[in-house]
Design a protein around this ligand. Structure first.
Ligand SMILES: Nc1nc2c(ncn2[C@@H]2O[C@H](COP(=O)(O)OP(=O)(O)OP(=O)(O)O)[C@@H](O)[C@H]2O)c(=O)[nH]1
Ligand SMILES: [Mg+2]
Length: 411
């Protein structure tokens, strides 16, 4: 489950931390004591060479970078300012270049350059063990990761959000090189959590609140064709029944052939009554009857099925609005097939805009390798995920735990 997404996240993190490590290897810092003995100078006629100022400046800069990392710009500028013209003229070009450290010492001696005040060892140690994360590092990270995230069905707006989150957490921070993998994982975890954790809906608390008002809770389940509404209704009823609540189901899909029989089949299996009318009947009326039945029998919750519909079907959307207007549900739950690609976000946004949803159930997560829809839908509608459908069996229905979900992606 979600193997593709997990693998892509892990690969990107590993690549990023390896890159930082390899930079360390690519720039070994010479030890101060490892001076190479200067080769004997060939007895060539000594020639005075006038070196342009910028060449000497560059030389100093290069030597210092080699020895102790990047020389602070300010220092170099100061050296340049203090450099008198005559002294430049007096420097002789060596015939055979001595070892860099020796060369640096000579030039510094000639130019009376002050040695760094901060201990070299400390500087070197800091440079080797720590690394500042720059904007370019994160750009590189996302450049590599973005196609994978898109392939995993993560919406573009979610990727942008993750980028911003990572920038906020990491950019400009000095991070121990040995901790890069941990730090980026942590930052990604926080970003993913902010994406998918849109609060909680405690369905038991809803039932209890309604019970204190002497009425059953009413839940209307809506969504696209074949998303898994009817199956999820049966799973939810089974879940609540196992917690000693008394549910009743309303066969509000009076439109699709065999929809009522399908719900009755599940009702029988889990031992929960189903209220139904004729096919073609008013869906709002079926739910209304189920609520009356629950009130009369002292039941705890009515869970209403509705016909699957495309979010662009105006007639069916109007029917759904009527169901809600007449029965004033306590929860309107949108069921989304997690296998749906980018369209999942569009579906969720339209259902929310038209009907106003309170929570989401994502189904078929058990057969979903990509997983992007889970992140994208939650982020798009900013509504909590209530359950994940994890299979065809009634008990394969998991209460959504955002932290656990995100941990499982990055661990
Ligand atoms: N693997 C898997 N299959 C699921 C899950 N949830 C639903 N299904 C299957 O998805 C198919 C459609 O499920 P339904 O519950 O009929 O979907 P629906 O939204 O009610 O469909 P319509 O009423 O036609 O709009 C069925 O074959 C279910 O068994 C799930 O979590 N995992
Ligand atoms: Mg159905």
């Amino acid at each position: 489950m979600l193997g593709f997404l997990k693998k892509k996240l892990k690969d990107s993190i590993k690549k990023f931390s390896k890159k930082v490590e390899s930079e360390e290897k690519a720039k070994p810092v010479p030890k101060a004591k490892e001076k190479k003995p200067a080769k004997p100078v060939k007895p060539e006629p000594k020639k005075k060479i006038k070196k342009p100022l910028e060449i000497i400046e560059k030389e100093i800069e290069h030597i210092k970078e080699e020895q102790e990392g990047v020389l602070e710009e300010q220092e170099t500028e100061e050296i340049a300012e203090e450099l008198p013209e005559q002294e430049v003229e007096s420097i002789q070009e060596p015939v055979v270049k001595p070892a860099k450290l020796e060369q640096e010492e000579e030039i510094e001696e000639e130019l009376h350059v002050e040695k760094p005040k901060i201990g070299l060892r400390q500087r070197l140690f800091k440079k080797i063990t720590q690394r500042k994360i720059e904007a370019a590092d994160l750009d590189g990270f996302f450049e590599e990761m973005e196609p994978d995230l898109l392939q995993a069905n993560i919406a573009f707006e979610v990727i942008q959000f993750l980028k911003d989150q990572l920038r906020k957490s990491l950019e400009g921070r000095e991070i121990k090189r040995s901790h890069v993998e941990d730090e980026i994982t942590k930052a990604l975890e926080i970003g993913l959590l902010k994406t998918v954790d849109q609060g909680r809906v405690d369905i038991e608390a809803v039932i209890k609140k309604c019970k204190s008002n002497n009425r059953p809770a009413v839940v209307v389940v809506i969504g696209f064709n074949g998303a898994g509404k009817t199956t999820s209704i049966a799973k939810l009823a089974n879940y609540l029944k196992n917690k000693n609540y008394k549910p009743v189901l309303a066969a509000g899909d009076t439109w699709r052939a065999a929809a009522q029989e399908q719900l009755e089949y599940h009702g029988e299996k889990i031992g929960v009554k189903v209220i139904k009318h004729q096919y073609g009947a008013d869906s709002a009326a079926v739910v209304f009857d189920a609520v009356k039945h629950a009130e009369a029998k002292g039941l705890d919750i009515v869970i209403a099925d509705t016909a699957g519909r495309t979010h662009t079907n105006t007639n069916l959307m109007d029917e759904l609005k009527k169901v809600c207007r007449v029965n004033k549900p306590d929860l309107k739950v949108l069921v989304v097939d997690s296998l749906t690609g980018n369209d999942a976000v569009e579906q969720a946004k339209t259902f929310d805009a038209e009907i106003g949803i309170d929570a989401v159930v994502l189904t078929k997560v058990d057969v979903n390798e990509r997983g992007g829809a889970i992140l994208s839908v939650a982020y798009a509608v900013k509504k909590p995920i209530l359950f994940l459908g994890m299979g065809q069996k009634y008990e394969e229905f998991e209460q959504f735990d955002a932290q656990k979900f995100v941990k499982s992606l990055v661990e």
